[in-house]
Design a protein around this ligand. Structure first.
Ligand code: NAD
Length: 541
């Protein structure tokens, strides 16, 4: 920046539209959904600002209607990945020198495009490709993504403003350089906002990116690319490659210029990539930054003083919204014995009222899980729970993949706090309940802390402040996002920075400044005004 200390617009959270019957936004998204459902899209690779058709294609289908084809996408060969890396490094020459206000302008424009002309399209794409209801799509693909873009621009300027003290004889300046090399962004299927934010946050800080979206999110990834293009992200800055994740990752990690991984997805995939990076460490020009937000086994623990209706609502929303396919979804619940009967009654009533089907019918609360692999995995956990002596399916438990991958919201009850569904991440609409004796509150908190490998989100319910305080203390390391008397999902950018530790990630808190710090490498510049000319200090006499 040469000619002004510019201030960016103050970031505010994008208001969530209601999509109530008769509202204009509901009509628009319904129309867009139909148009997109009835047309076919072709998604090539995107390298150096050009679309590349490789001819090696796969089809995309709605999870709720798997025989319908939405379009095709192209898969990369090794040479395309190498081309993406080369083009990113070439693009870096200009992008890393671009003044920050120009980068800010591009991503602020992307936010406004999403808030306006692209809103219905990105929502419809997320409903079609990832089976989100309109409410879930609006919160994710529109609002959260808009928030990421607006808030990150503000956070970037706050970071740039952090400068060291200077004395009268010298001027100390911190320059926040992008990393030397390129960033590799690997994104999951379950959040359109995360898919866009992982490449965009690094690019905003002046980095260039090779982005590999999930095979199950390519449909909305294409809309993200269209928005970035129209907003003015220059060629070479964000390059998108799809295809075999192992080949793509090995090719990327073999480059000496690989300088950072921005990953969100499952724990075992991230650990394997970390290991590969370690194996290659002697080849890299710089120590790569490794950021990964991974799995969760998120808890609700309810004290005997908590309100049963509130607890049941938190389970219904926390476990079943988006079919439980949120890293933060409540999936193990510890309920005090004296309130369990009431919680069960309310939960049963809630589940009976939940309708399941296509997101096109906006009265549905439950839609399909993402793909057949996920469906089969969930069905087998449910079958096991039906036959295992130490578990019981007390609600739901049916599934059907004839048209879409539908799993009925399912509640398992167990008397074994280490039963498999109390420990494994299932990533579906299945929640397990463990009922504990009223006088075992403290013991149960330790049990919650010590069960499983994850530490992403968790919630404590109680009307007793001492009990809450015990929960806050004993569960200090059990969750990176901790909720008191609320469901453990629904973090908002700028309000609840998100991420967990242990096997849940590096806890670099997406939606805050902390994440952006990972994509910069500061240079300290000291300028001395009157430079010494004699080596002797006064004490030498
Ligand atoms: P996934 O691990 O199957 O896939 C994530 C990405 O990794 C995809 O792009 C996929 O193609 C790629 N991938 C898969 N195998 C790979 C390999 N061997 N080498 C390199 N890349 C590979 O996860 P998913 O099913 O897309 O998403 C669900 C997971 O993501 C859950 O575990 C969930 O908890 C986690 N998640 C975490 C957060 C968070 O903030 N902590 C947010 C969203 C999702």
């Amino acid at each position: 920046m040469g000619k002004g200390f510019f201030e960016v617009p103050i970031a505010v959270n994008e208001p969530v539209k209601t999509y109530a019957p008769g509202s204009p936004e509901r009509e628009e998204v319904a129309k867009t959904y139909k148009e997109m459902f009835n047309s076919s899209v072709n998604v090539p690779l995107y390298i150096n600002g050009e679309y590349i058709e490789t001819g090696d294609t796969a089809t995309m289908s709605p999870p709720h209607d798997h025989q319908h084809v939405l379009g095709t996408y192209h898969k990369a060969e090794k040479k395309h990945v190498e081309q993406a890396i080369a083009t990113a490094l070439e693009g870096r020459k200009k992008w890393s020198q671009m003044p920050w206000e120009q980068r800010a302008g591009i991503f602020l424009r992307a936010a406004e495009l999403l808030a306006g002309p692209y809103r219905a399209k990105i929502n419809a794409a997320t409903m079609l490709g990832q089976s989100k209801t309109i409410h879930q799509a609006e919160i994710d693909a529109a609002c959260e993504l808009i928030d990421f873009l607006r808030f990150n621009v503000q956070f970037m300027t706050e970071i740039y403003a952090e400068q060291p003290e200077s004395t009268s004889g010298a001027w100390n300046r911190l320059e926040y350089r992008p990393l030397e090399g390129f960033i590799y962004a690997i994104t999951p299927f379950n959040f359109t906002a995360i898919a866009a934010n992982l490449p965009a946050s690094a690019a905003l800080m002046g980095n260039v990116v090779v982005w590999k979206p999930s095979d199950s999110q390519v449909y909305s990834a294409k809309v993200i690319l269209d928005v970035f293009n129209e907003a003015g992200v220059p060629p070479g800055v964000i390059n998108m490659v799809m295809g075999d994740p192992v080949m793509i990752t090995e090719t990327v990690l073999a480059s000496p210029d690989f300088s950072g991984l921005h990953f969100t997805g499952s724990t075992h995939v991230f650990k394997n990539i970390w290991q590969q990076i370690g194996t290659n460490i002697h080849n890299y020009k710089t120590y790569p930054r490794i950021v990964g937000e991974t799995g969760g086994k998120d808890f609700i623990v309810a004290h005997k003083t908590s309100n049963p209706k509130q607890v049941a609502t938190a389970i219904a929303r926390g476990a079943f919204e988006f079919q439980g396919q949120k890293c933060s979804a409540a999936s193990r619940c510890y309920i005090s014995k004296s309130i369990w009967n009431e919680v069960e009654k309310y939960l049963q009533t809630d589940l009976e009222s939940m309708t399941m089907g296509s997101p096109e019918d906006m009265s549905n609360f439950i839609t399909a899980v993402i793909h057949e692999g996920s469906f089969d995995k969930l069905a087998s956990y449910i079958d096991n729970a039906k036959s295992d002596a130490n578990a019981e399916v007390i609600m739901g438990g049916t599934y059907d993949k004839s048209k879409g991958y539908f799993i009925e919201p399912t509640v398992i009850k167990t008397e074994d706090p280490n039963y498999t569904t109390m420990c494994d991440e299932l990533f579906g609409p299945v929640v397990t309940i463990y009922v504990f004796d009223d006088d075992k509150w403290e013991e149960t908190l330790h049990l919650v802390d010590e069960t499983g490998e994850y530490a992403l989100t968790g919630a404590v319910f109680s009307e007793d402040r001492y009990a809450l305080e015990q929960g806050v203390k004993i569960l200090e390391n059990a969750a990176g996002n901790f909720y008191i008397n609320d469901k453990p999902t629904g973090a908002v950018v700028g309000q609840q920075p998100f991420g967990g530790a242990r096997a849940s990630g590096t806890n670099d808190k997406a939606g805050s400044k902390l994440n952006l710090y990972r994509w910069i490498s500061p240079r300290m510049i000291k300028e001395t005004f009157v430079t010494p000319t004699d080596y002797r200090y006064p004490f030498l006499g």
